[in-house]
Design a protein around this ligand. Structure first.
Ligand code: ATP
Length: 202
């Protein structure tokens, strides 16, 4: 799964529409302090389904919306789009209908986030699974934020194992197992209810 471009509009300091073309190979972002390098990386995590405001250095998710400056008013929404190359058609069913997939996440004040894959509305979970299965995503070890290496060195073995699982692309399986367990529990509750009704009838 190759990322081709990242488009930002109203996301943090990127108030004006910004189109970042991601070429093949290693991409480095350089610039003076405070110019928005970390915001770019956060936009990438965010469009892949990050749902912890703290991971966006904010108190609430709406903090990703451009908050205004002395010369420009705040915006009402933020949008990030990630264009993915799918020429090899390796994307899972439901995402595999075109040579490129454009994943868009938009947050509107007081209305929360909505996701699209090309022009189709999709759930946050579908997006998170798409990237988890491709060994990337909001928690991918390929995105290294400041201080992360020393955290890794000091991490407990369990936390290190999670990183290996993300890299191996199996972290989506945990989510699926959890959902299967919830369905199983609900079915067992229904069965117990049926037993009660049968007993009452006999
Ligand atoms: P450093 O090199 O110091 O780590 P950086 O290039 O990574 O800096 P960022 O941390 O990405 O810079 O950007 C910080 C800038 O983004 C600050 O000027 C901050 O005011 C601005 N910013 C963050 N959130 C918002 C927001 N919601 N609205 C407007 N500006 C924001």
């Amino acid at each position: 799964m190759r990322f081709n471009r990242l488009r930002l509009n109203g996301f943090k300091s990127f108030v004006d529409p910004t189109d970042l073309i991601i070429h093949e190979g290693l991409t480095g972002v350089v610039g003076p302090n405070g110019c928005g390098k970390s915001n770019l990386l956060e936009a990438l995590r965010w469009v892949m389904g990050e749902n912890r405001p703290t991971a966006m250095r904010g108190g609430g998710m709406e903090d990703v919306i451009f908050a205004g400056t002395s010369t420009r008013p705040a915006r009402n929404f933020a949008e990030v789009a990630l264009v993915i190359d799918n020429e090899d058609r390796l994307a899972p069913a439901g995402f595999n209908e075109a040579d490129t997939i454009e994943i868009t996440r938009r947050i509107t004040r007081d209305a929360g986030s909505a996701y699209k894959a090309n022009t189709r509305d999709v759930r946050a979970r579908d997006i998170q699974m798409l990237f988890a299965d491709a060994s990337t995503g909001a928690h991918s070890p390929a995105l290294v934020r400041q201080g992360q290496i020393s955290e890794l060195i000091n991490a407990k073995p369990k936390a290190r194992r999670r990183i290996l699982e993300e890299a191996a692309g199996i972290s989506g399986l945990y989510q699926r197992r959890h959902e299967a367990e919830l369905r199983l529990n609900a079915t067992e509750t229904n069965l117990a209810r049926v037993d009660d009704v049968l007993e009452a009838l006999s």
